[in-house]
Design a protein around this ligand. Sequence first.
Ligand code: HPA
Ligand code: ZN
Length: 326
Amino acid sequence: SNAAVPARLLPVAELHLHIEGTLQPELIFALAERNGITLPYADLDELRQRYEFTDLQSFLDLYYANMAVLQTEEDFAAMTHAYLERAAAAGVRHAEIMLDPQAHLSRGISLETCVNGVASVLATSMEDFGMSTMLIAAFLRDLPEESALEVLDALLAMDAPIGAIGLDSAEVGNPPAKFERLYAKAREAGLRLTAHAGEEGPASYVVEALDVLGVERIDHGIRCMDDTDLVERLVDERIPLTVCPLSNVRLRTVDTLADHPLPAMLAAGLNVSVNSDDPAYFGGYVDDNFAQLEAVFELSEFDKARLAANSIHSSFASEERKAELL
Ligand code: HPA
Ligand code: ZN
């Protein structure tokens, strides 16, 4: 129905996006100044030199360190507004946005400050940007499950406007099964369920996320390609995989974009979508991910339309909203 619209502006849903990963270097410096925080970098160039990662952990170290500039509700709101504006320009019409509450609580920032700062901007995303949104509370898998359970309880007690939970941070050594009780509690509370699995961790973590946590969607999931039985199952069950090509290149999960398994995943019939993960850190938003994919692979119009449709079908939006976007 949108044949005349350039491919990169096909209406898409962004399903894998960490709001803290949208904090641009310029905003980091602006917020540091506003909050009287001394950064360990003299200027933008020195900060930008740190954006060369060797693996997931090397990125996480910078990602958590830069959060120091997020102090007030207004700071969280400014970051969120900047993302919505940029994502709308990329053709994003529905966004499911992860927030890492534990990464703020551990710095002495209250749940109200971080949740309300982000949620206040999401509340008017439809009017302001024509974009429907959902907030996902993501839990840090390198912390104990008890911490996650306490934070989920607090989110439910404050009636936080979250629609789903996710699981992120250091994957290897922190398998999904560690969070069985968390996911059971979230399901009981009526929340939708997703989890990072198979980014750096093995295909077996994807199986565990499905079987032990009961997730409806897998974030990343690219390592499923190591297990043909798992691929067959993911195809049969139409499990969405929220793939982040530029992220995988920057975190050295794949050597180059040309080595990325996305075309093979499409060819296998997997339900994959294209997402930006942490766009301020990985060199681009959803439109940049599509543009770089197109520069390297011969994605057909059909493939691009399928990736866009997959993102909408795989979202937690209402059936009415999905129908509007398809
Ligand atoms: N992987 C795991 N945890 C994360 C990521 C990621 O790409 N981004 C922010 N937290
Ligand atoms: Zn992620």
